[in-house]
Design a protein around this ligand. Structure first.
Ligand code: ACO
Length: 173
């Protein structure tokens, strides 16, 4: 597939929300942008499979989920890094903005579902995804940006400027 520029895509959120500084630091063979409504066929789920169990719901159900998430304005900011030569996604991540009653009606950014294609790991793509998501969170007025991760990934997030704080609790159904 040939690379599709932003102006030919139906994007999840305005691309202007992505940090110019992060864009400038990416290799010229790569492009960072919001998730697009046609990204099912660019391997979006294949990259998420690097992170966890990701069954294929089929293109129609994937698109329904895309539109359902986008219908909650100013809430989800999923982004991707695309390899321009193949027009395939090589890294993904999302920040979810949670509005609160406390802290003067403050908001918190939750970074979720970070994954980099196995063949592309160790090239700072994960770092760029986190920097771009943190920029969106901070520009959305969030007083903090948080995430959960395994012990193995603590050094990666420390390199991204995060520090360990409190504990995660979970109850799976
Ligand atoms: N242990 C120690 N250091 C690490 C690790 C690690 N596991 N991973 C990355 N780093 C370091 C790198 O060496 C680099 O350091 P440097 O600046 O000194 O060179 C720095 O962190 C930045 O690394 P990147 O190259 O940006 O890392 P990468 O692109 O490989 O992305 C990621 C890291 C996202 C963890 C990737 O390896 C991945 O997709 N792993 C599988 C899925 C996963 O675990 N995702 C995170 C789940 S947590 C969440 O989603 C909130």
């Amino acid at each position: 597939m040939t690379f599709t520029p932003d102006n030919e895509l139906d994007l999840f959120f305005p691309p202007a929300l992505i940090s110019e500084e992060v864009k400038a630091q990416l290799h010229s063979s790569l492009h960072i942008r919001p998730l697009a409504s046609t990204d099912y066929r660019r391997g979006h789920l294949d990259v998420l499979r690097v992170l966890t169990v990701t069954p294929d719901p089929g293109q129609a159900a994937w698109e329904t989920q895309f539109h359902a998430m986008r219908s909650a304005p100013h809430t989800y900011y999923p982004l991707v890094i695309v390899d321009k030569a193949s027009d395939v996604i090589v890294a993904v991540g999302c920040v979810f903005i949670e509005r609160k009653f406390l802290r003067g009606l403050g908001s918190v950014g939750h970074i979720e579902d970070i994954a980099v294609d196995k063949g592309q790991q160790g090239k700072k793509l994960g770092l760029r995804v986190i920097q771009a998501l943190t920029y969106i969170s901070e520009n959305s007025g969030c007083y903090k940006t948080i995430l959960n991760c395994s012990d193995d990934n603590i050094p990666f997030y420390q390199k991204c400027g995060f520090e360990k704080k409190e504990n995660e609790m979970a109850k799976y159904k």
